[in-house]
Design a protein around this ligand. Structure first.
Ligand SMILES: C[S@@+](CC[C@H](N)C(=O)[O-])C[C@H]1O[C@@H](n2cnc3c(N)ncnc32)[C@H](O)[C@@H]1O
Length: 278
């Protein structure tokens, strides 16, 4: 942990996240790395975000001056940045995956009059390399980061006016618990949750404003095959198991707003003031 001693909420957060580790005997048989994110899926997600008005977007727009700057941490292909572009002249995306940064440049750079910068790195460890921005957005990164308090403090330090952090109500992989049980006979964790994230932020001295909202039709998979491939990868299985996966997902996949999704679709927007000053 950085700066301060980890408290009980942070210890719980880290224990729950480490419960998601793939057992070594299962990982050993993985045909492809289990944890990567599919770039094409996130590019489609960013393209679909043009003109979207979610609570996260509204909160970010309310703090952005016209012609302002945004820093998007764990940017993927830019779904957090794209809906803000009417008010932005400088957009910086940070991601550990260079392929995602290329997709970010493509999605965000398509908008005339917006300067785009990309930084490859891991937050919070590489945060010092990033510029300060009017608004810092961080969507769907939290459950990847054991040092959530460190991440939150680094977000604050880079925001002039506001931080907007979006996450699902529960760890997104909880939707795959029945599939893990059926195909590996393994019970997977039930958390952590957005409540746990808020408790960690409190330990970091951050009291966010919170909005929970249903996210039907946002995110998910354009095709059932995409969902099958995603699950196959997460569960370290070969393509020969696709039909079994497809049968198991049949009960779980819901088609809403043109996308297939699984499990709980509540999202949570947490916002707090930036600490970078103006
Ligand atoms: C679930 S995706 C979310 C992407 C995007 N924010 C969105 O909402 O569509 C998480 C992204 O964070 C990146 N990532 C994961 N851990 C990271 C870390 N510690 N620092 C920087 N990027 C990270 C991944 O490469 C991936 O692109």
């Amino acid at each position: 942990m950085s700066e301060v001693e980890a408290g009980p909420a942070t210890a719980r957060w880290q224990a729950e996240l480490s419960g998601w580790a793939v057992p070594p005997e299962i990982a050993a048989g993985a045909p492809e790395p289990p944890w990567g994110f599919p770039v094409a899926q996130f590019a489609a997600r960013a393209a679909a975000a043009v003109g979207r008005r979610t609570p996260s977007v509204e909160r970010a727009l309310a703090a952005l001056p016209a012609g302002g700057s945004v820093l998007d941490v764990g940017c993927g292909a830019g779904a957090g940045t794209v809906p803000l572009l009417d008010r932005v002249r400088q957009a910086t995306g940070v991601d550990r995956d260079p392929a995602m940064l290329a997709a970010y440049a493509e999605q965000v750079g398509a908008r005339a009059g917006v300067r785009v910068a990309m930084l490859a790195g891991d937050w919070p460890g590489d945060a010092d390399a990033a510029p300060v921005a009017d608004v810092v957005v961080c969507h769907h990164l939290a459950y990847n980061v054991p040092d959530l308090a460190g991440l939150a403090r680094a977000l604050s330090a880079h925001a002039r006016y506001r931080v907007v952090l979006e996450l699902t109500g529960r760890h997104p992989m909880t939707a795959l618990r029945p599939v893990w049980r059926a195909l590996h006979g393994l019970d997977r964790p039930t958390g952590p949750s957005a409540d746990d994230a808020v408790a960690v932020l409190a330990e970091a001295g951050i009291q966010p404003e919170r909005t929970d909202w249903p996210a039907e039709g946002i995110g998910g998979f354009a095709e059932v095959d995409e969902a099958v491939h995603f699950v196959r990868r997460r569960l370290c299985l070969p393509a020969s198991r696709d039909e079994e996966i497809r049968r198991l997902l049949a009960d779980q996949l819901v088609h809403r707003g043109g996308m297939y999704s699984m499990g709980e679709r509540m999202h949570c927007t947490l916002t707090w003031p930036g600490a970078a000053g103006s």
